[in-house]
Design a protein around this ligand. Sequence first.
Ligand SMILES: Nc1nc2c(c(=O)[nH]1)N[C@H]1C(S)=C(S)[C@@H](COP(=O)(O)O)O[C@H]1N2
Ligand SMILES: [Mo]
Length: 230
Amino acid sequence: MSDDEKQQRIVEARLKLRERHLAKIQGSASMSDPRPMGSGAPNRHGMPKVPPGQHVTKSWPVLDLGVKPNISTAQWSLTVDGAVEAPVRLDWAAFMALPQVEDVSDFHCVTTWSLMDSKWKGVSAATVIALARPRESAQYALLHASDEYTTNLELFELLKDDVLLVHTWNDQPLPRDHGGPVRLITPQLYAWKGPKWISRIELLEKNQRGFWEDRGYSDTAHPWRDDRYG
Ligand SMILES: Nc1nc2c(c(=O)[nH]1)N[C@H]1C(S)=C(S)[C@@H](COP(=O)(O)O)O[C@H]1N2
Ligand SMILES: [Mo]
């Protein structure tokens, strides 16, 4: 198979997986509530700039459990496993060879700051998940990071077009403090749903709560609904 054919198959697998979850994607709060969707200037439609209870920050705060793993691109890898047909482990070269996506979106932290209009570059989470061929029964995900952080999502939330595994922020390599070399971003949800230093996407048949969810935070985490606690 040529490289072009390989890329084509990867794109098709992503679209097929997304199609399977499309009703849930479109029915989710951020997609079906009245605008804005909270995922970048084009989607705000002149509505209030930030979700309820949020204020705009110019500089990007650093927030984590206090341990900042130092991972070189040579050491980095990402595993997709659990309720899948074909578990995958991507190293840096394999990850960077996947289709690359650029997007501009907002970042809403539950502690009330919002960082607006970041320019991101990375790989669609849906692309790496599709490579592992999730079973029909896989409806949830638990995301793991190198600092032992975890967070949970319904699988369809990870398949939205703006949910990226990012390596570049405003044209610079993603800084270690913010989860470099690779973190997840979830622009339509509060930012705790995006692990810094992400290491593993575990697909599950039943919901399993992550670090903050276990401590009272919401499973669903929709900023425009002020959905902070679960
Ligand atoms: N690995 C890891 N990812 C994490 C966290 C963490 O403690 N560890 N904190 C989360 C929380 S609560 C927020 S608000 C954002 C903060 O990202 P930032 O430090 O880049 O602003 O990362 C999220 N991802
Ligand atoms: Mo947070």
